[in-house]
Design a protein around this ligand. Structure first.
Ligand code: URA
Ligand code: SF4
Length: 228
């Protein structure tokens, strides 16, 4: 796919400021003005708003109905999602599916997306190891998340882990104090409430997997209850 030159003034002024910002103009220039979800999804395939597009297989955009009452935001696609082009189809997706059904939430009714739409990784032989997206990459990709929020207009947004939290609240965000408690959404987001919980992959890494899973389910039950 040919490179679409950034057109917004922000993108223009940032381009050329340094080698790094030239590679990271931000997704804004690729977000189409007409924000039909199908148009957004199609346009995101061409995004070169940061350097992550170059080493990933494809853009993994959000998926699910629109509008949707509930939107879940993860971190970024993993190895399996990168190959499939669909969010949460790998091991973390398995945990999420089990937690959603334990909390009686129907995955087919919610919109599921990630803060960053390309897989950041390091190559180690044949393996591709996950790397946490940087603040600059989260920032570059935010226009897609904002466009999804504007289109899907969820009543509740569940942030799965710190990266999703940083995408909404900024780089200083920490999960601890707000976990599992309904928060009013920040002004610029067209949604009623936000709920923060851990990322499903944290359940896989936890020493006590059962307790960690129960904690994720308890938070998702708060979400289910809020939606009535
Ligand atoms: N982890 C995420 O945050 N998102 C995915 O889609 C898969 C794993
Ligand atoms: Fe664009 Fe986001 Fe992919 Fe970067 S990670 S190229 S901003 S879609």
């Amino acid at each position: 796919m040919s490179r679409q030159p950034p057109t917004s003034s922000t993108a223009r002024s940032r381009t050329g400021a340094s080698a790094k910002s030239a590679r990271r103009p931000g997704a804004g220039a690729w977000v189409p003005p007409v924000q039909d979800l199908a148009d957004l999804t199609a346009a995101a395939r061409a995004c070169q708003g940061c350097e992550l597009f170059a080493e990933a297989t494809q853009t993994v955009f959000g998926s699910g109905p629109s509008p949707a009452r509930l939107m879940l935001v993860g971190e970024q696609p993993g190895d399996r999602e990168d190959r499939a082009g669909i969010p949460f189809v790998g091991p973390a997706g398995g945990v999420l599916d089990r937690a959603l059904s334990a909390a009686r939430l129907d995955r087919s009714q919610l919109y599921l997306t990630n803060a960053v739409k390309h897989f950041r990784h390091a190559d180690r032989g044949k393996r591709r190891l996950h790397r946490t997206p940087s603040a600059g990459q989260i920032n570059a990709c935010r226009p897609w998340l904002e466009a999804e929020l504007a289109r899907v207009r969820p009543e509740l947004v569940v942030l799965l882990g710190a990266t999703a939290g940083r995408a909404i609240y900024g780089p200083e965000f920490r999960i601890g104090p707000v976990r599992g408690v309904l928060q009013p959404a920040p002004d610029r987001f067209p949604t009623a409430h936000v709920l923060v919980t851990v990322h499903p992959s944290a359940v896989l890494r936890a020493e006590d997997t059962e307790a960690a899973f129960a904690g994720l389910v308890a938070d998702l039950e708060v979400a289910a209850k809020a939606l009535g």
